[in-house]
Design a protein. Structure first.
Length: 724
């Protein structure tokens, strides 16, 4: 017997004590703790966003567990789960309507609060508060990180120094705990890296890096275990980003030098020289006696990522050079390979007349590490997307940027396929927290990000149009669980909206009729599009979303233990789902209440009572006409107006339209929206229609639609009809 038939609701609560939360959830040691559920206390779950929220919010779950035997007391040595009753323990809450378990919440315990109801020592209860994946990712104060700083750690480097430190820094901190900082020698200043773009903006995928143009040097001591790992693997890769400007220095500029004690060649150097106006580079190796071996060389490059790999190949060392993932050259030298022990940038202490930035020094004990995108790559739509070093990720599709950001954070991501014509292309990715970057994508596309189990889901803008009705609530059948409380003073209503592009232009949309009636009520959004061409369209759409002239229903409630027939449909509702309330009270505006769910608060009182309060936004802005669509929608004629006032008793509407109106019986009944009111038209006929299929003398008689023709000029005998 199912819950919908009157049975109790199946409830399952599980925890994964001691789970390594960076690993897949299916590998966690799940324990069913449902027997310890303290049923007298409500279970409350909040998910999605509030009605007026501008960003995605984490889910929150609160429930109580019986703790008489101390098993849910943090740090208690007699707990069977000791020492793992801790913050960030994974937790799930599932329900069963009678046809299998449905996950309502997947997240992490943020607080284990032990209480003693009534101050009784015989009864202890642990009240837990848990949050979703976003709550876990946003804990503490996440730093703003550049595109390179986000991308490089995904490759699991053995050593990594971003060198994105403050302007007055005299060290460059390691991104890996317990690794020594890079030390500085001479004069170096952390400064923004300037990379020319068509608009003149700095387009580097990094925060300020040390500028070594005053002769400064950076010295990185490689931790001994990393050196040993490279030696044991008989291979390694070094990577860094830098700019060497042609003609800005004289003599030799040793951009980077690394020591490899124990190898045939104990020192390697990448040296830049000028040959006339041509910038050249050469890789050289030196043995313990200082004998030089020229390995390979080539022409210089602008700002970007350099990668040098070395591999033992029999009695030789194979060396390859890459710039922005493009293969530059390769060479083989005789000798035995050893791992790098120290790396120095601008080892020659050369001064330059232009900036000499250097940073993001990385070491892998692998000649072919799994790297983030290094050069421009063509995506599944045929668009070339930039690498993270210069104009980072420019031209990336908004939904694909969301997927990549989630992958960088180790979070699963799900989204429907987006058609090529609906793709929104993003500009360069700025430095930011993951929450800021996710919001940039969603606002640029006008999509919806939400928590989905242990990961994130995304509803792209095209999938928000004409959403199918996921839940129908019949007010006349008492399926509502509380008072209907509409609002007209919506704080999110606007009549002017400005959309600005980050680093670009702006566009404004205005509803002049509303401005005349209400005065100016402005709203604004910053998007991260690749160009300014779509700003007017986006401004108009943002205004449409925030200016609908209709009653607002910020929330409504349903009692699922009373209207159990709604439970299955309710469990399928997600952020962006469409709900309708049919047969609202007569005092409400006519027609169904048509809304989109953006979030909800669900409360379970035991295994029988279940209430949900929905956070809503109007659905009407997202209802659009589709050419050959399934909605049977039509485009109205331009400048169509009512020719006469009507009241609720009127059975005929007189319209004034400059163009023809459909009169085909197959096009009816036809729904019209007039000033926010929906009316259904059973039949349409021209206001004046006459086939002149009659005989008339001294005039034209009466038209087919009942009007009498009047004569103007001449005598009546001049007029007649002989239609037969």
């Amino acid at each position: 017997m199912a819950y919908t038939d009157g049975n109790v609701l199946g409830v399952r609560i599980r925890a994964a004590f001691g789970a390594a939360i960076g690993t897949p959830s299916e590998t966690w040691p799940w324990v069913d703790i449902t027997p310890y559920w303290h049923v007298p206390h409500d279970v409350q779950l909040t998910w999605g966003s509030s009605s007026g929220a501008s960003k995605v919010e984490t889910a929150r779950l609160g429930l109580s567990l019986k703790n008489t035997d101390r098993r849910f007391t943090p740090f208690h040595p007699l707990s069977p789960y000791w020492p793992h009753v801790l913050e960030w323990t994974p937790l799930t809450y599932d329900v069963d309507l009678g046809d299998g378990w449905l996950n309502k919440f997947s997240g992490f315990v943020k607080d284990w609060s032990v209480t003693w109801p009534g101050a009784s020592a015989l009864m202890a209860v642990t009240r837990i508060q848990a949050v979703g994946i976003l709550g876990r990712r946003e804990r503490g104060r996440p730093p703003q990180r550049s595109a390179l700083r986000r991308a490089i750690p995904v490759s699991a480097p053995a050593a990594y120094w971003p060198a994105e430190d403050g302007g007055d820094a005299d060290h460059a901190a390691s991104a890996i705990a317990d690794h020594p900082s890079i030390t500085t020698a001479g004069v170096s200043q952390f400064a923004a890296v300037s990379v020319a773009t068509p608009g003149g903006n700095a387009g580097a995928g990094t925060l300020p890096l040390p500028d070594l143009s005053a002769g400064g040097r950076l010295v990185a001591t490689i931790p001994a275990p990393v050196t040993a790992a490279c030696t044991a693997a008989s291979q390694y890769s070094l990577q860094f980003v830098a700019t060497v400007a042609a003609g800005s220095f004289t003599g030799d500029l040793t951009l980077v030098e690394w020591l490899t004690p124990g190898g045939t060649h104990v020192r390697w150097a990448l040296i830049f020289t000028m040959s006339g106006s041509v910038l050249n580079w050469a890789l050289k190796a030196y043995n313990a006696a200082g004998t030089e071996t020229h390995v390979n060389g080539g022409a210089g490059q602008a700002f970007g990522a350099w990668r040098i790999t070395a591999t033992q190949a029999g009695g030789n060392i194979s060396v390859r050079m890459y710039f922005a993932s493009n293969f530059a050259s390769s060479a083989t030298v005789a000798g035995t390979l050893a791992g790098p022990a120290r790396i120095t940038a601008n080892a020659s202490g050369t001064t330059a007349t232009e900036a000499l930035p250097f940073g993001h020094l990385t070491v892998w004990p692998d000649a072919d590490p799994t790297l983030p995108q290094q050069g421009d790559v063509v995506d599944s739509y045929g668009q070339s997307v930039r690498a993270p070093d210069v104009l980072p990720w420019q031209y990336e599709a908004a939904h694909l940027r969301l997927a990549r950001l989630c992958a960088e954070e180790g979070v699963s991501f799900a989204a429907p396929t987006v058609a090529a014509e609906d793709v929104v292309r993003m500009g360069p990715q700025p430095a930011g927290t993951v929450a800021e970057l996710l919001l940039q994508c969603a606002e640029s596309d006008q999509g919806l990000v939400y928590e989905d189990g242990w990961g994130l889901g995304y509803l792209p803008r095209p999938d928000r149009y004409n959403a199918p009705v996921a839940l129908t609530i019949a007010a006349a059948e008492r399926q509502l669980g509380g008072d209907l409380a509409p609002a007209t003073d919506d704080p999110n209503r606007r009549n002017i909206w400005t959309v600005s592009r980050h680093g670009g232009s702006s566009a404004q949309a205005r509803d002049e009729d509303l401005v005349t009636l209400q005065g100016e009520i402005e709203g604004q959004t910053t998007v991260h599009h690749v160009g300014d061409g779509a700003l007017e369209d986006h401004a108009a759409w943002w205004l449409r979303r925030h200016s609908a002239q209709e009653m607002r229903w910020p929330s409504l409630a349903i009692n699922l233990h009373v209207a159990r027939e709604l439970a299955a449909d309710w469990c399928a509702v997600r952020p962006g789902s469409r709900v309708q309330v049919t047969d609202p009270p007569a005092q409400a505006p006519p027609g169904v209440i048509d809304q989109l769910v953006v979030g909800a608060t669900e409360t379970w009182s035991g295994r029988r009572k279940w209430k949900a309060v929905l956070n809503l936004q109007p659905a009407s802005p997202w209802l659009v006409a589709e050419l050959d669509g399934a909605q049977d929608q039509r485009i109205a004629t331009d400048d169509g107006l009512l020719a006469a006032n009507v009241d609720q008793a009127a059975m005929v509407l007189w319209l004034s339209a400059p163009e023809g109106w459909t009169t085909l019986d197959g096009d009816h009944p036809l729904d019209l929206r007039l000033g926010g009111e929906q009316v259904r038209i059973a039949q349409t006929r021209a206001s004046l229609e006459d086939r002149f299929a009659r005989y008339a003398a001294s005039g034209w008689g009466t038209a087919d639609t009942g009007q009498t023709w009047a004569t103007v000029g001449g005598s009546s005998s001049d007029y007649g009809v002989e239609g037969g």
